[in-house]
Design a protein around this ligand. Sequence first.
Ligand code: CS2
Ligand code: MN
Length: 356
Amino acid sequence: MEMTLRWYGKQFDSVTLEQIRQIPGVKGVITTLYDVPVGEVWTRERIRSMKEEVENAGLHVAGIESVNVHDAIKAATSERDFYIENYIKTLENLGKEDIHLVCYNFMPVFDWTRTELARKRPDGSTVLAYTKEAVDRINPEEMFQTIGSDTNGFVMPGWEPERMEKVKELFELYKGIDEEQLFENLKYFLTKIMDVCNQYDIKMAIHPDDPAWSVFGLPRIIINKENILRMMNMVDDVHNGVTFCSGSYGTNLENDLPDMIRSLKGRIHFAHVRNLKFNSPDDFEESAHLSSDGSFDMYAIMKALYEIGFEGPIRPDHGRMIWGEKAMPGYGLYDRALGAAYLNGIWEAIEKGEKK
Ligand code: CS2
Ligand code: MN
């Protein structure tokens, strides 16, 4: 595996490349062109200058998170082929610039959903949290408002103000789309992009739905082992792969994370590893990465990745806000750096233990 950190770009991130360069063991960043609207083609010039900026700081671009998929594709409107063509052009330009990993998601309307962006934990840190009771109580517009006003002034992925204005329309778009239909739409998209992925060896890595169940009645499909295997088999190509995100699949306590990792051998192209602390099955918060701070066995997760021979990039995911840092919720420097160091430590111990 290769340890990396997510970086949103100079204009959007409070964390600098110089800081990332100093996290032990981190040589790669996972980045994006955060300002390009969903559905527009990424030009080679923009991709190249992003790469140069990262390389000038002594790092390299290990992959893209995310090239977002337009709702017209997810909902199969009459404009979907146009947007798929644009997506293909973006992949082509990434391939030409020697980038071979793309993380994306197929969640309708929202990206990840949390009900609090700054829940206080006993140690004084603040974290993203989710409680089902709050989702049952509010409607999506209120949700957009609370999320939007609580972000420390940062634009949160999937919660951009332009999208907030259109939330009603977006919900309309998905009326009548159930899980089966969403699977069909995903299959259509994947089938169309596989040629360009093969041509440039671009590994597509779908990010799970977070949380791993339906919110506000919207269909959600990338939620468990059965569905992800179905998704892989319906377009059976190594370039149709997975981002294994422990914190997203882990929202459903019925998901056995190490077992899922083993069953996805060869198709996990990217890993997000983080921990959650459950207060009840309907209420969780994002703890520190350490096993003892949350509900997951992080050693077992890393061991499963080791055992399947995982060689792709891995990154700590959402971190706590600690030591007075002001950053995009989940994406500060300090706790993610601690997470990276911890995960590197587990990996070294596994590796050396196995070699004995
Ligand atoms: C997620 C997503 O991993 C994460 O931080 O919360 O925002 C993820 O980046 C996207 O769903 C991938 O497209
Ligand atoms: Mn993730």
